[in-house]
Design a protein around this ligand. Structure first.
Ligand code: NAP
Length: 309
C-alpha cells in the first residue's frame, strides 16, 4: 500500500484551496486532486467583484492562482488529475486516480458543481459550436453577432452583460417575469442598451443550418404560442448540478445530488467532510465556499486528532 495521507482533498475551487491552506498549516501534509481543469467554476468567470479584500475586483483565474499559491506555500501538494472513484467502505479510504491508488485517513470533498444544459431539441448537435454554457470561454467567438442568453438568475444576467463586450445584441430569455438574480446584477443587464429582455419565453427547439446555429423557436409557457428568433450564439445559464458521480452513492445526498452534512461539515461517512458548491444549495458564493472549506479543514483536523493519534 502506498503512503497513507492524513488528508486528501478532492476538488480545487475556493473551498478546496482554503481547506488545503488550513490543513497544510495544521501540518496534516494534505494532498489535493485538483482535476484536469483545476480551479473550478471561477476559472470561467471574468471579474469577481464581491470577494471581500479586492476593492477593484479580481479576475477569476487570477484569484484561483493566488489561492493555490498561498496553500502551496504552506505545503499543500496539488496534482492536476481527476479522481475516478473512491472506496469509503475501507479504512484508510481508497482514492483511485488514473488506476493508481491513494490512501487517506480523512477526505475533504470540494468538487463543486457543473452547468446544467437545457437539452432542447437540436442542442446536442450545436454544443461547443453555437451553444455554450460559458460566456467567458466562448463569448469572443460572437463578435458583432446576435446571441441569446437563457435564464433568470445571477449567472444569466452576468453572462448577458459580459457578452455585450462582443455581441451586437444580446437577448435575455427567461421563462417567468420574476428574476432570481440579485437587484444589482439584474439592473445592470436591464439598463444595458445592447440587451433586450424577453420574459415568459422558453426554448421550444433550436434552429440551425450547415454553418451552425441560426436561432430558436421560442414558446410562451402561458398559452403555447411560438415565435422565431435569430441568433448565431446561445448561452445557457439555468443553474448547476453538484459533481458527485465519482462517489457512486457511498455518501448520503439530497434528491438533487447535493452532499448532506451530518455533523458540522462531516458527511454520512465518518471521516469524510464536504465543502462548497457540492453541498451548498443556497448561497453558492466564492466567499461562502472558502468559509466552508475552512470549516471542513478544522473539522477534519479535530476528527483526526480524536480518531488517529
Ligand atoms: P439560479 O439562481 O438557480 O437561476 C437559474 C435560472 O434558470 C432561474 O431563473 C430559473 O428559472 C432558470 N431555469 C432553470 N431551469 C430552467 C429551464 N429548464 N428552462 C428555463 N429556465 C430555467 O442559477 P445561477 O444563476 O447559475 O446562480 C446560481 C448561484 O450562483 C446563485 O446563488 C447565484 O447568486 C450565484 N451566482 C452569483 C454570482 C455573483 O457574482 N454574485 C454570479 C453568478 C452566480 P426560474 O426562476 O423560473 O426557476
Amino acid at each position: 500500500m502506498s503512503e497513507v495521507r492524513d488528508v486528501v482533498i478532492i476538488g480545487s475551487g475556493p473551498a478546496g484551496y482554503t481547506a488545503g491552506l488550513y490543513t497544510a498549516r495544521a501540518m496534516l501534509n494534505p494532498l489535493m486532486f485538483a482535476g484536469y481543469m483545476s480551479g473550478g467554476q471561477l476559472m470561467l468567470t471574468s471579474d469577481i467583484e464581491n470577494f471581500p479584500g479586492y476593492p477593484q475586483g479580481i479576475g477569476g483565474p487570477e484569484m484561483m492562482m493566488q489561492l493555490r499559491e498561498q496553500a502551496e506555500r504552506f505545503g499543500l501538494e496539488v496534482q492536476d488529475r481527476n479522481v475516478e472513484s473512491v472506496d469509503l467502505s475501507q479504512r484508510p479510504f481508497k482514492v483511485v486516480v488514473e488506476s493508481e491508488e491513494y490512501f487517506a485517513n480523512a477526505l475533504i470533498i470540494s468538487t463543486g458543481a457543473e452547468s446544467i444544459w437545457l437539452n432542447a431539441p437540436g442542442e446536442a448537435e450545436q454544443k461547443g459550436r453555437g451553444i455554450s454554457t460559458c460566456a467567458t470561454c466562448d463569448g469572443a467567438f460572437f463578435r458583432d453577432e446576435e446571441v441569446l442568453v437563457i435564464g433568470g438568475g445571477d449567472s444569466a444576467c452576468e453572462e448577458a452583460t459580459f457578452l455585450t463586450r462582443f455581441a451586437s445584441k444580446v437577448t435575455l430569455i427567461h421563462r417567468r417575469d420574476v428574476f432570481r438574480a440579485s437587484t444589482i446584477m439584474y439592473e445592470r443587464a436591464a439598463n444595458n442598451e445592447k440587451i433586450e429582455i424577453k420574459t415568459f419565453r422558453q426554448i421550444k427547439h433550436w434552429l440551425s443550418d450547415e454553418n451552425g446555429l441560426t436561432g430558436a423557436v421560442l414558446e410562451d409557457p402561458r398559452d403555447g404560442s411560438t415565435e422565431e428568433i435569430a441568433a448565431t450564439g446561445a448561452f445557457i445559464a439555468i443553474g448547476h448540478k453538484p459533481i458527485t458521480g465519482f462517489l457512486d452513492a457511498q455518501i448520503e445526498t439530497d434528491e438533487n445530488g447535493y452532499i448532506i452534512h451530518k455533523r458540522h461539515t462531516m458527511t454520512s461517512v465518518d471521516g469524510v467532510f464536504a465543502a462548497g458548491d457540492v453541498v451548498d444549495t443556497r448561497y453558492k458564493q466564492a466567499i461562502t465556499a472558502a468559509g466552508m472549506g475552512c470549516q471542513a479543514a478544522m473539522d477534519a483536523e479535530k476528527w483526526l486528532e480524536e480518531n488517529h493519534h
